[in-house]
Design a protein around this ligand. Structure first.
Ligand SMILES: [Zn+2]
Length: 466
């Protein structure tokens, strides 16, 4: 749909809807028309949600009918003003004001008011200059129409810098030694402490030249030795608008898998491989939506050595149970169940709410077609040891690694697996997944699997395109 040259004019009450729909808005301000069908006359907001995160903060207005909005972004002081037409201020909308948390990285506050009859004005005051994206989502899953405001900071959060900042924040760690000695594998650290951050920066700097999206410049530092940081990308599934599977007792997949990822991060960060410190990098470290392709991009940006996506399965039959592990397939799924599951997991972007008009979507898709046979072979090895370890703490759904076209496993240069820790739809497994004891057992099992993989496939032996 292409915006025409028409100008917006207020219509008298009772005017026919068709001309109103045709009156595409292009009156100086940035204006967005969100669909043709059934522009709301008596639409109401049924829910409002705010999802704060350093990467971006999302505001969602869910309504029973499609909403039409006009938006203006004012840069000084930074704020987004949105006029929503065809609605009146209701208690749900007023709730939005109180839903902004003081620690929201992006939003200072939200104001709402009835601007004119049938027009609600919403002003989002921002803490820093932002790049707002406003878009609508058609009803999907349990959601009605959604109007979404994504507020990205003007200076994007860089995954690598975030990782480094986190590393520095956690300092001083006992450098060059297993932090607590509890999870170390291989040789004790050398007397001369390595400089993993310098190495990491140097590696990344040299690879950055060939990267598609160039991050802000950093000071290159030469690599003086072979020690380096071993980075494990942990990918807690779902988040934000996408709860993932929900157990019969109300447990949400997105919450459980984030907990397991945090526990696994603790273990990874306290571990060395042959004297090289390990570091976990979370593609999602909070309750917000991260598109599948962005998860892959983040892992590539930090040059992760491994990628482990963590999920909890669900099926219509509550009897289904046990953990399973998946790798990517280039040539069809290894079973119809695997194909079904991959399709289901790949729906996450729909439920989570992807702005399909965002301009980097093309790049992301091109990237996803570069998967290699070598990656899949390594992923199968990793998946196999993980499956073996999980089988020691819980029941397995399938005794071998399955394969299907999971979008999140498509980093062409990182061994990538997706772990379905258990069936959250099974009442017994749901109850178990909720306990910190089982979450810890799972994290321990995954940690042992990762170390077993590295014992046979040392990370330093991996060839890198530097
Ligand atoms: Zn999932």
């Amino acid at each position: 749909m292409t915006p025409g040259p028409h100008r917006h004019a207020p219509l008298p009450a009772g005017a026919a809807r068709a001309p109103r729909r045709r009156a595409l808005l292009q009156a100086g301000a940035l204006v967005l028309l969100l669909g043709r069908q059934h522009i709301a006359r008596g639409a109401s907001i049924v829910a409002v949600r705010v999802w704060p995160a350093p990467e971006y903060t999302r505001i969602t207005l869910e309504s029973d009918e499609l909403l039409r909005v006009r938006q203006h972004f004012v840069s000084d002081p930074p704020r987004l003003a949105v006029d929503i037409e065809g609605i009146d201020l209701n208690p749900e909308l007023r709730e939005l004001v109180a839903k902004v948390r003081p620690d929201d990285p992006n939003i200072e506050r939200i104001r709402v008011g009835q601007n004119a009859p049938g027009v609600v004005r919403l002003v989002v005051d921002l803490k820093q200059p932002a790049r707002p994206q406003v878009f609508s989502l058609a009803p999907v899953a349990a959601y009605g129409h959604r109007l979404v405001f994504d507020l990205y900071p003007q200076t994007p959060v860089d995954p690598l810098e975030a990782l480094i900042a986190e590393r520095l924040r956690d300092a001083p760690a006992p450098r060059g030694a297993a932090a607590d000695g509890g999870h170390a594998l291989g040789l004790p650290a050398t007397a001369e402490p390595p400089d993993p951050l310098g190495e990491l920066i140097a590696r990344t700097e040299s690879q950055r030249k060939s990267a598609a999206a160039a991050p802000p410049p950093m000071t290159p530092r030469p690599a003086a030795h072979t020690d380096r940081l071993i980075i494990i990308a942990l990918d807690p599934g779902h988040g934000g608008e996408d709860p993932g599977a929900i157990g019969p007792g109300g447990t949400r997949e997105k919450d459980v898998v984030l907990k397991v990822a945090h526990l696994l991060r603790e273990r990874i960060n306290a571990t060395t491989v042959d004297g090289n410190p390990m570091r976990a990098y979370l593609t999602r470290d909070g309750d917000y939506f991260v598109p599948l392709a962005t998860r892959v991009q983040k892992a590539r940006r930090v040059q992760a050595d491994l990628f482990v996506s963590i999920h909890a399965d669900a099926f219509t039959n509550p009897e289904a149970r046990g953990a399973s592990v998946f790798a990517l397939s280039q040539s069809g799924a290894s079973s119809s169940a695997a194909r079904w599951l991959a399709n289901k997991e790949n729906q996450a972007d729909l439920v989570g709410g992807l702005n399909v008009r965002a301009k980097d979507q093309h790049v992301q898709r091109a990237l996803l077609d570069m998967s290699t046979t070598a990656q899949i072979n390594d992923s199968l090895k990793l998946g196999s040891v993980l499956l073996g370890e999980i089988g020691n703490v819980g029941r397995l759904h399938k005794p071998r690694v399955e394969q299907a076209g999971f979008a999140v496993l498509k980093a062409p240069d990182i061994p990538s697996v997706l772990v379905e820790t258990a069936f959250i739809s099974n009442p017994q497994e749901e109850a178990r997944l909720r306990t910190s004891a089982y979450q810890e057992q799972l994290a321990d099992a995954l940690m042992r699997g990762i170390m077993r993989y590295f014992a046979k496939n040392p990370p330093l032996a991996r060839s890198r395109t530097v």
